[in-house]
Structures are given as structure tokens and as C-alpha cells.
Ligand binder design. Structure first.
Ligand code: RFL
Ligand code: PHB
Length: 398
């Protein structure tokens, strides 16, 4: 097989990139190691920024999204048993949108298939060679025979556990890493949300997050120690802890009910720089990981795809590789803004140490967020999403 861009991984980064390339007449093959069902049912993110929704709408993928997404003006924080709504859009008029990652992935797979574009699920033994040449090769097995894809470029969209991030020689890319001593235990439950928009409860014993996917489906998280086992958390214990951390004097207690999905994810920040090497480009979680606090990961995957698809568009349209060379330099500043935002939210909302001074400093910041319009505007600017960097498109439009 031969294509211009071989894409490894059919998560949000790979699927959006594939779709944007198709719209520009650039052919790609997406190779995914999991099955379609697995990819479409994986429970993960849920909060989309305004630029992500604008992009998906521009790409013709807005119909189901606008029909089903919950449109939010901000979020709630709860501490000292009091609930505060942070209205983050009072000046900007922008929003966040609650729409499950599984839905985004479903819409993108449908679009790919109806456009007749190649998308290979269940690929085994995926390997990539020749990234230091202009003839990289992706091979994979379908269980019976090995297939070979010759491409001009490889897009590594295979997430934080994938192979692409390990391909460049040792020392070629720098890695910035911060691990946190905590994880999020996440559940989906058949219960009604306790507040109209998502809520972070900064309890002295640790964070609980109360988000939603619909009028009768909640997505909730508990801060737990990093090496927690799911088997130590039967439903009763999960509800007891969610109830305890979210107790308040101004709202009724949480509704409890059937839990139908549960998982644990470690909190971690990581950035690979530059996000490219030879003919390999890294996108999304393959290039960087943010802790889930602030809901940035999926949105960053979309902004990377946007930057790379425009750079590839410029290359195939004009033969000019200047924007491809600048891919990492263009994408990284937004990645660091998201890292900064997620790190700040993580440190204020979680209990990360037993130091009483630390707790008082966190409370002081929570009070600022709850009481200051200026603080809420500043939070909203990043929470609703900084603009996607698209230098080539901007230039050609003027
Ligand atoms: P993905 O989604 O991990 O997709 C990578 C794909 O590559 C496949 N793959 C391979 N394919 C072929 N060959 C190989 N060798 C392969 N190795 C792997 C995988 O099967 C998979 O299909 O990466 P991508 O596309 O970069 O997307 C990133 C997002 O998934 C991630 O950042 C978000 O889920 C993070 N995140 C959130 N982001 C948000 O923007 N808003 C949120 O509200 C939000 N909440 C969350 C989150 C992540 C969480 N967890 C579970 C880490 C909440 C949680 C709890
Ligand atoms: C979610 O709804 O999954 C969610 C909400 C808030 C976050 C992260 C994830 O900070």
C-alpha cells in the first residue's frame, strides 16, 4: 500500500487528522491496533473547548454534537461546605461542551467510513521504520500476513502507551515529566447530576469531581493514592467517599445509584520536545500528557491535528516545507499553556501534601476564584480554550 500520510492510532488525534487531510485531498491510511467496538466504547474525556467544537462544526461533524452536547457557562467549586458557581463566560460569551470522547470518536469513524477512506482496525505487530528518511514504512499483521505501507510521512497518534514516541533515537527529543502521587478513580453512574454544570469539591481529604453525560448519567471522580487497586473500591465505598467529600450546607446530598463503568488513571504531566523527528510527527497523548484536571487532553489532540494538517496542506499545495518544519514550534506554546493551566488546577484542587500551610494557601486561591470577576475571566480564557494555532490557514485567508 502507498499513501501520503500513514497515521498510527485511531483516537481523536489520528481520526481528526485523517479527516482534515481528506478534506484537503491528501490521502492517508489509519492503522489501529484495537477493534472498532473497543475504540468506540472506551470511556474517557467529556469536556470540549469552544475551539474544538468550532473545528468539528467546520469539518461537518457538528450535527450530532450540537444535538446532544450540554452547553456550560463554567463550573462549580465547593469548599468549606459552600458551593460557588464560577461564571467563566460573562464577558467572552464562549462555552464548554459536555460530549463524551466516545461520541467524538464515533462521529469521526462514521465520517471516515462514509468518505471511503482507509481505516484498518485490529492491526497486530505495528512497526514503523525509516523515520530518518523521506520514505518511512509502516508494517502490520492482520493475523495471517504482514502488510506494508509506504508513505511520505508518519503521524504518531498512538497515545501515551504507543510505539511512535519511542522511535526517535535516545536523546533526540527532550522529555519533561512530572508525576503526581495521586490517581483519579472514575465512574459512570445512572444518577442525576447534583449541579447543573460540573463541580470540583476541594475537601480537606482530597478532591471529588461531579460531572455528567446527560440528565440521568453522571461521570464522577475521586482523588485516590497513586497505587490504588480498583478491587479495593466496592460501589458502597465509592458512594460513601463521594458523598463525604461533596457534603455541603447549601445543596442536598448526591443521588446514589447503579455504577456501570469504573477505571483508575494516574495523574501525570509530560511533554516531548520537539514533537517531530525526521518524517515522524507526534500528536496528542503520544506527544504530551496532561493530568485530567481542567479537561485539556482531548482538546490538545485536536489542536495538534489542526496544526499538522495545515502544515501538510501547505506542503502538498506549494511544495514548501517551512510549516512542517515549524510544526512543533507552532503546536508547543499551546501545549505548555494547557500544562500550566492543568498543573495550577491540579495543585489547588487536590490534597497533595499534609502540610497545613499548603491547605490554607489552596483555600486562599479557591476564595479568589469564587469572589473575583477578574480571576474568573482569566480562568475562562484558558478553560474555554485558547485559539488553535493555524498560521498557514491564517496567512492564506488574508
Ligand atoms: P488516544 O485516545 O489514546 O488514542 C490512541 C490510539 O492509538 C491506538 N494505539 C495503536 N494503534 C496502532 N498501533 C499501535 N502500536 C498502537 N498503540 C496504541 C490506541 O488503541 C488508541 O486508539 O490518544 P489521542 O488520540 O492522542 O487522544 C488523547 C485523548 O484520548 C486524551 O488526551 C483524553 O482522553 C484526556 N482526557 C480528557 N481530555 C479532555 O480534553 N477533556 C476531558 O474531559 C478529559 N478527561 C481524560 C479525561 C483522560 C482520562 N484518562 C482515562 C486518562 C478523563 C480521564 C479519566
Ligand atoms: C469529565 O466530565 O470527564 C471531566 C470533567 C472535568 C475534568 C475532567 C473530566 O476536569
Amino acid at each position: 500500500m502507498r499513501c501520503q500520510v500513514a497515521i498510527v492510532g485511531a483516537g481523536p488525534a489520528g481520526l481528526v487528522l485523517g479527516h482534515m487531510l481528506h478534506l484537503q485531498g491528501i490521502d492517508s491510511i489509519i492503522v489501529e491496533r484495537r477493534t472498532r467496538d473497543y475504540v468506540e466504547q472506551r470511556v474517557r474525556a467529556g469536556v470540549l473547548e469552544q475551539p474544538s467544537v468550532d473545528l468539528l462544526t467546520d469539518l461537518g461533524l457538528g450535527e450530532r454534537l450540537h444535538d446532544r452536547a450540554l452547553v456550560h457557562n463554567g463550573f462549580y467549586i465547593r469548599f468549606d461546605r459552600e458551593t460557588h458557581h464560577l461564571n467563566l463566560n460573562s464577558r467572552s460569551g464562549r462555552h464548554s461542551y459536555v460530549y463524551g470522547q466516545a461520541e467524538v470518536v464515533h462521529d469521526l469513524i462514521e465520517a471516515r467510513i462514509s468518505a471511503g477512506q482507509p481505516l484498518i482496525f485490529g492491526a497486530d505487530e505495528v512497526s514503523v521504520t525509516g523515520i530518518d528518511t523521506d520514505r518511512p514504512v509502516v508494517t502490520f499483521s492482520d493475523g495471517q500476513q504482514t502488510h506494508r505501507i509506504d508513505a511520505d510521512f508518519v503521524a504518531g497518534c498512538d497515545g501515551s502507551q504507543g510505539i511512535c514516541r519511542t522511535l526517535p533515537p535516545a536523546g533526540a527529543l527532550a522529555r519533561f515529566v512530572r508525576s503526581y502521587p495521586v490517581a483519579w478513580l472514575g465512574i459512570l453512574a445512572h444518577t442525576a447530576p447534583v449541579t447543573a454544570e460540573g463541580m470540583y469539591c476541594a475537601h480537606p481529604d482530597g478532591l471529588s469531581v461531579h460531572s455528567m453525560r446527560g440528565p440521568r448519567i453522571t461521570r464522577q471522580y475521586l482523588q485516590v493514592p497513586a497505587h490504588t487497586e480498583l478491587q479495593d473500591w466496592p460501589d458502597e465505598r465509592i458512594w460513601q467517599e463521594l458523598l463525604r467529600r461533596s457534603e455541603s450546607d447549601d445543596h442536598p446530598p448526591l443521588e446514589t445509584g447503579e455504577i456501570f463503568d469504573r477505571s483508575i488513571a494516574l495523574l501525570r504531566s509530560e511533554v516531548t520536545a520537539p514533537m517531530q523527528y525526521g518524517s515522524l510527527f507526534l500528536l496528542g497523548d503520544a506527544a504530551h500528557i496532561v493530568p485530567p484536571t481542567g479537561a485539556k487532553g482531548l482538546n490538545l489532540a485536536l489542536s495538534d491535528a489542526c496544526v499538522l494538517s495545515h502544515a501538510l496542506g501547505a506542503y502538498y499545495c506549494t511544495g514548501n516545507s517551512e510549516f512542517l518544519d515549524a510544526y512543533s514550534a507552532t503546536a508547543l506554546p499551546r501545549v505548555w499553556q494547557a500544562q500550566n493551566f492543568s498543573a495550577k488546577l491540579t495543585s489547588v484542587l487536590h490534597r497533595l501534601s499534609d502540610d497545613p500551610m499548603e491547605y490554607e494557601l489552596r483555600r486562599a486561591q479557591l476564595r479568589r476564584w469564587a469572589s473575583s470577576d477578574a480571576e474568573q475571566d482569566a480562568l475562562g480564557e484558558v478553560y474555554f480554550g485558547l485559539p488553535f494555532p493555524t498560521p498557514w490557514r491564517a496567512e492564506t485567508r488574508t
